[in-house]
Ligand binder design. Structure first.
Ligand code: ATP
Ligand code: MN
Length: 482
């Protein structure tokens, strides 16, 4: 491309010294009618523009403010001042568009500290801030690294449907899709809504997971992954749940549970390493922000490691692999449980783990990412492979510090008769999933996969604490602005 970004300039300027160049960007600050800090979004770093105001009209100078959009041509020189390597001595300045200064000052573009809540209300402007610039550049790098990892490991990127007739989890937390006139719904003889008259001739919903369709593809292509939007109408207003989030779901023929855990660990470490190697400036900014935030907290609640240190440590160590049964023992015998410190006391084998239990294991007991496996069959989905003990299934969850569950997966039940029995037991309609069952009829093989919530991984690598701050336009209960 012809146009130069500020990132390119700051990185590789030697051959351009004393040349005239043109740059574009937004004003972050204009000091003493002389120094413009210009940012174009390509990097967190600003380019310094030196303006000799006597050479420009008073009118032009007066109209350059915070948030102004500019095109500047000038000589690139090595900077005399501290704080930057190069600067541009402006020869020509063009204001590219309106900037309503008075109004700007009531927005988050006004250069002062704004709360994250306030920033969320103006989500369309937060891309201009250092914080959200850093977060969304990192989000991009995480996505890129995910594709790169799978491509390097011979996985095929597969797009599963967004509108589907299948309910992957059987959990019912789905958004329906219909083009009926809601004020005039056609009814059948039983007086129920007649979906046969709807667009698809049946009831459909937005996907909660691409897994079942992904499995069918892996039964021919071998290694596939999906990476797309997922929708869950769960009415849980937490800092870890969105109604619309992006999920990455590899599905691999011939893999068993251990292969699946190995893949999850290798994959997470690759992506985190990629961010460490390629997002230095943004990470350093977030690292500093993270430490400042810790200082505001009481001593006992402070993180033991800095952000970058935390990422490096996660890569260095092997994740702890612990069976559900072992984990329950640890939890039942813990001081916290005995002293009634858990909101949900752990009383017996078979109970589902709450986020407080997961975080106890990761943050207090093991002080390491933990992979829990072999869960009781009654608390997991119908497609998970039954273990020989008859009590557990080959499921696995990866738990991360500060996050809790970041990945959930399993080896899938490949034996037709066992799968059918399980579906019956769990009231999953065989007729609806005839195509899924077909994969167990014609050359069925052991296979396994998992789902990673992209936003939970971005939360982890940026050190942010609310999932609404790592997706450009969050969708949560009672909130779908923009
Ligand atoms: P949780 O118990 O945290 O609600 P889950 O068990 O419902 O998660 P899965 O159905 O296993 O999650 O989905 C796989 C992954 O997708 C999870 O490990 C998590 O990273 C992510 N995920 C699930 N639900 C959400 C959500 N509502 N918002 C953001 N990410 C989610
Ligand atoms: Mn959930």
């Amino acid at each position: 491309m012809e146009k130069t970004t500020i990132k390119e300039l700051l990185g590789d300027y030697k051959k351009l010294i004393h040349h005239d160049i043109t740059v574009f960007g937004w004003v972050r600050a204009f000091r003493s009618n002389r120094f413009i800090a210009l940012n174009d979004g390509s990097t967190i770093n600003n380019l310094q523009i030196v303006v000799n105001f006597e050479e420009f009209s008073e009118d032009l100078i007066k109209n350059i403010n915070t948030a102004s959009s500019l095109k500047i041509t000038g000589e690139l020189v090595e900077s005399q001042g501290a704080g930057q390597s190069i600067e541009i001595l402006a020869k020509k300045i063009e204001i590219l568009g309106d900037n309503f200064f008075e109004e700007m000052q009531t927005t988050i573009l006004q250069p002062k500290k704004h709360s994250l809540e306030k920033l969320r209300e103006q989500a369309h402007l937060r891309f201009r801030t250092n914080l959200f610039g850093a977060i969304f550049r990192i989000r991009h790098s995480v996505s890129f690294a995910i594709h790169q990892y799978f491509n390097q490991n011979q996985f095929f990127y597969l797009n599963t449907p967004i509108i589907t007739g299948a309910d992957a989890e059987g959990a019912g937390e789905m958004f329906g899709v219909s083009n009926f006139d809601l004020n005039n719904l056609p009814k059948n003889e039983e007086g129920e809504v007649d979906f046969e008259q709807d667009f698809f001739g049946r009831k459909t919903n937005l996907t909660v997971s691409g897994q079942l369709e992904g499995e069918t593809a892996s039964m021919g292509l071998g290694r596939i992954y999906t990476f797309g939007p997922t929708f869950r109408a769960e009415n849980s207003n937490t800092t870890r749940h969105l109604a619309e989030f992006w999920m990455v779901e590899p599905e691999v023929a011939f893999n068993d549970l251990e292969d699946n855990i190995d893949l999850a660990e290798d994959f997470l470490k690759y992506v985190i390493q990629y961010v460490l190697d390629n997002c230095k400036d943004d990470l350093e900014f977030l690292d500093k922000r993270f430490s400042e935030e810790q200082k505001q907290k009481p001593e006992k609640d402070r993180a033991k490691e800095g952000l970058i240190e935390k990422l490096e440590n996660v890569i260095a160590k092997r994740f702890k692999r612990v069976s559900y049964t072992e984990a329950i023992e640890i939890l039942m015998n813990s001081k916290e449980n005995k002293k009634g410190k858990f909101q949900f006391p752990v009383e017996n084998w078979g109970t589902d783990l709450q986020s407080e239990h997961e975080r106890f294991l990761v943050e207090k007991h093991f002080e390491s990412p933990v992979v829990l496996f072999d869960y009781p069959k009654d608390i997991k989905a119908f497609y998970m492979r039954q273990n020989d003990d008859g009590k557990t299934v080959a499921a696995m969850d990866v738990l991360f510090p500060g996050i809790g569950e970041i990945i959930g997966g399993s080896q899938r039940e490949e034996r037709l008769n066992i799968l059918k029995a399980k579906m019956k037991e769990m009231h999953v309609d065989e007729k609806e999933l005839w195509w899924y069952l077909d994969t167990r009829k014609f050359g069925s093989v052991p296979h396994a996969g998992f789902g990673l919530g992209l936003e939970r991984l971005v939360l982890f690598v940026t050190g942010m604490t609310n999932i609404r701050d790592v997706i450009p336009f969050p969708r949560t209960p009672k909130n779908a602005e923009f």
